[in-house]
Write a protein that binds this ligand. Structure first.
Ligand code: ATP
Length: 801
């Protein structure tokens, strides 16, 4: 812009348009005003204005105009002081500061001290001096001249400044527009009224606005940046949620982890359930059948006619509605069975509904059954085995029952032999009791000819795991491929026995070879080879049908029983169960108590449990008191459990010596000891005598704590506390069997009390055990004889006991 000469005539216009008033602030919108500038309000305005002289020189006129302008300016400044009410903090005008620097205007020391300076202030000071000092014409002319220059300079500066600011504003506007476009929103100026001010006040306001802009720029270039970043940056991310730990799953849920689906939830059977043996109903899972009259040879070889239900499609026999055979019913009645106990009533219909010849080789459900001691688990698997296998035509090994001890094998074999009388089923056992060759000859018909289907003399084999593995490894033609039943009784104990990895070995002998086996060259399958259908294909003896068909499944059904069965997933997994079903027989009273896996077991309802907490040195005397005092009614046979073979011997000796010395008692008890160190025939005789009431007290180790069924046992005494809840369950379970009454006593030394109570508490069972106290005075009767017995005992062992 070119500078033009400004005449004095033109000067009056200047207040309206000139830049000298550029620092007059508009209320509410202008920049903050320095307090010193506000002091100018002291100058009188309005009525106090000086009167104009008539003949005034141009310079005077100019001065007056200037004064007038100044007053207006002050009035406006006064108005502008209202922002104080906004409590806006005053800040030095950064534009003024910049200008001051550029024009080298010196500020007063006072202002410097205050830390601010401005062109306006300098100008005002100059003008005040104009008012105060009388000057001559020349001086006036000079002054006018300098005023002009000054004005010009100021105008130029203001123009430049305005241009700069307009440029900046234009830049800002364009940025805003961009950001608005980006936001898709309507434009909004920085102050919210920018456009309106421009229209109303034109340049002057624009200057004010410039100041505002400057303020904003210097106060708030950050603000601009912030706005920019606001419009450009993506919306803020949502804060991450505060990490919280997921609540721990309940132990019972954890315990189910890894279990097959069928085992996750057990079916509960009420311990009091009974079904008369004549009322057992078998529900067939094959409703489509027809009656067929056929001839059948009975065990004595006589031919008899019988009506059988056969499959509509295949004519395979389906045994429905029969329940149990008449022969079986008779056998059961003979052994005193009138009603089926709970476990039998619930499980027999399921197991019996699937007879020997499986329908089209359906896969059969496996079963896990937990039922209290003495509740009749042996019959639960013995009856179906006999009832189903009795219909077999040729002898193959079709049932294998695994038990942990020889004594149990003998006991179960006796039960099976009794029930299967007249069925023609062959039952045998291997326990290591006899020589290996003896057992082999009992097991196998032909050991010379290699036979793919084996050559079994037995239909049912009862075995301990160790001896079973030996035969699988070393007995020719001994095979498990035809097994229809694999029973693992006392399953929790057997699954814990890792002996030669017996379980996986047994399973590998039941399942067909995988990968398929190549038969030796020239090997001929003999017509008498009885190869299991499931094994035919893996042995390369049949081709799978052209259309897709599933391989023939193994028909072996696994049945696991125990009074303390748990679903330890690691153990259960090793069984490769097929669609397993899980049953728990328990008292109805426990119905509402959540079943904790591995922790809580059911006890016979007829069992009474008691405990004595006593000092260690009084334990033998307390035992004697229990045995001899009428109060305890220790009638019937009593089993006394100790912690070891050594303890059994020592206690047996003590009791024997005591009996010898205790003459005051008219009753003499017959006391014997039973340990694993005895020969098997000695053990058998002992157990027989004990069962028949020839022995009153049998001191023993935990060898016979599991499974042994001696109906005459009416008391069990744990002289040494059991190691864990399972041992306790099985020990006390030797009495109160099959609905009979029985009492279990536990002698707990004071220092063991906490531990023992803890064990019982974890099984939720402490409440069921009654605490009995024996006064020391009550023991005085036995003192003398006891001392004699102890002296003899010391002599016997040659050391202090
Ligand atoms: N329904 C029944 N009626 C009468 N007596 C029965 C019945 N079922 C079984 N018994 C008898 O109950 C006794 C205990 O049976 P069993 O030995 O099968 O119990 P268990 O459940 O296997 O016990 P454990 O867990 O201690 O091995 C046996 O003498 C058996 O003959």
């Amino acid at each position: 812009m070119s500078s033009r000469h400004v005449t004095f005539d033109e000067q009056p216009e200047q207040p309206e348009a000139g830049p000298s008033n550029s620092y007059v602030a508009s209320a509410g919108a202008g920049p903050s005003i320095h307090p010193d500038r506000l002091a100018l309000n002291q100058i009188p305005v309005g009525g106090d204005q000086p009167k104009k002289p008539k003949n005034k020189s141009e310079a005077q006129k100019n001065r007056e105009k200037k004064k007038l302008k100044k007053r207006r300016k002050l009035e406006q400044a006064k108005k502008a002081s209202t922002p104080k009410t906004n409590k806006k903090e005053w800040k030095p005008d950064p534009v003024l500061e910049a200008l001051q620097k550029s024009t080298n205007t010196t500020s007063s020391p006072k202002d410097k001290k205050k830390g601010f300076n401005s062109d306006d202030d300098t100008e005002d000071e100059d003008e005040n001096e104009d008012d105060d000092v009388k000057i001559g014409k020349d001086e006036e002319a000079k002054q006018v001249e300098s005023e002009k220059e000054k004005r010009k300079r100021e105008k130029r500066e203001k123009r430049e400044k305005r241009e700069r600011k307009e440029k900046r504003r234009a830049e800002r506007e364009s940025k805003k527009t961009k950001s608005i476009q980006a936001d898709g929103d309507l434009p909004e100026d920085a102050n919210g009224n920018e456009d309106k001010d421009k229209d109303e006040n034109g340049d002057e306001i624009m200057d004010v606005q410039d100041n505002v802009d400057d303020d904003e720029k210097l106060n708030g270039e950050d603000q601009e940046d912030r706005e920019k970043s606001k419009s450009e940056s993506p919306p803020p991310l949502e804060a991450f949620p505060i990490p919280t730990s997921v609540p721990e799953p309940a132990p019972e849920i954890l315990a189910k982890q890894g279990l097959p689906l069928g085992l996750e939830n057990a079916k509960f059977i009420d311990q009091n359930l009974r079904i008369n043996i004549n009322d057992l109903k078998i529900i067939s899972n094959k409703p489509k059948f027809r009656k067929l009259n056929r001839k059948r040879k009975d065990t004595e070889g006589e031919v008899e006619n019988e009506d059988v239900n056969v499959d509509m499609d295949t004519d395979e026999p389906i045994y429905t509605d029969q329940g149990i055979s008449e022969r079986m019913r008779l056998r059961l009645k003979e052994s005193g069975v009138k009603d089926f106990f709970a476990v039998q009533a619930a499980i027999l219909p399921e197991l019996l509904s699937l007879r020997l010849i499986p329908f089209k080789y359906d896969k059969l459900n496996d079963y896990l059954i937990s039922a209290p001691t003495g509740s009749g688990k042996t019959l639960t698997y013995s009856i179906p085995i006999i009832e189903i296998l009795k219909n077999r035509i040729t002898t193959k090994l079709r049932a294998l029952i695994v038990l942990p001890t020889r004594d149990l094998v003998v006991q179960v074999r006796e039960t099976l032999e009794f029930l299967s009388k007249g069925t023609g089923l062959n039952i045998g056992s291997v326990t290591g009791q006899h020589s290996f060759t003896q057992e082999q000859s009992q097991l196998i018909a032909d050991m010379e000819t290699p036979l793919l289907g084996g050559s079994s003399k037995l239909d049912i084999l009862i075995a301990t795991p160790g001896r079973l593995i030996d035969h699988l490894a070393s007995t020719p033609n001994f095979t498990l491929q035809h097994l229809r039943f694999l029973v693992i009784d006392e399953a929790d104990r057997l699954l814990n026995q890792s002996f030669q990895n017996w379980l996986s070995q047994v399973l590998s002998y039941i399942n067909p070879p995988d990968p398929p086996k190549q038969l030796p060259e020239g090997f001929k399958v003999q017509p008498w080879d009885k190869i299991a259908p499931a094994w035919m294909e893996p042995l390369g003896l049949v081709d799978r049908c052209k259309d897709w068909c599933d391989p023939i499944p193994v028909i072996c059904q696994k049945l696991l029983f125990s009074a303390t069965l748990t679903r330890d997933p690691s153990k259960v997994a090793s069984l490769s169960l097929n669609q397993p079903k899980y049953y728990i027989v328990q008292s109805n009273l426990l119905k509402n108590i959540p079943y904790q896996i591995g922790e809580q077991f059911s006890f016979p309802e007829t069992l009474i449990e008691k405990m004595l907490i006593l000092p260690s040195n009084l334990k033998p005397l307390n035992l004697i008191h229990l045995i001899y005092h009428k109060e305890f009614e220790l009638t019937g046979s009593t089993l006394i459990f100790t912690k070891s073979v050594e303890s059994t011997e020592r206690l047996l000796n003590l009791l024997t010596y005591f009996q010898d010395a205790y003459i005051s008692s008219s009753k003499k008890f017959i006391v014997k000891g039973y340990t694993g160190e005895l020969k098997s025939n000695e053990r058998k005789i002992l157990l027989n005598d004990f069962s028949n009431g020839k022995i009153d007290l049998l001191v023993c180790s935990d060898l016979i704590a599991r499974g042994m069924d001696i109906p005459t046992v009416s008391n069990v005494i744990s002289y040494d506390i059991p190691l864990d809840i399972r041992k306790y369950v099985h020990r006390v379970g030797r009495t109160a069997r099959a609905g009979r009454k029985g009492t279990a006593w536990t002698l707990v030394e004071k220092q063991e009390a906490l531990h023992f109570k803890g064990i019982m508490n974890t099984a939720n069972h402490l409440k069921s055990i009654k605490k009995v106290k024996v006064k020391e005075d009550d023991l005085s009767d036995y003192r003398e004889s006891y001392d004699i017995a102890m002296r003899r005992l010391k002599e016997h062992y040659g050391r202090d006991t």
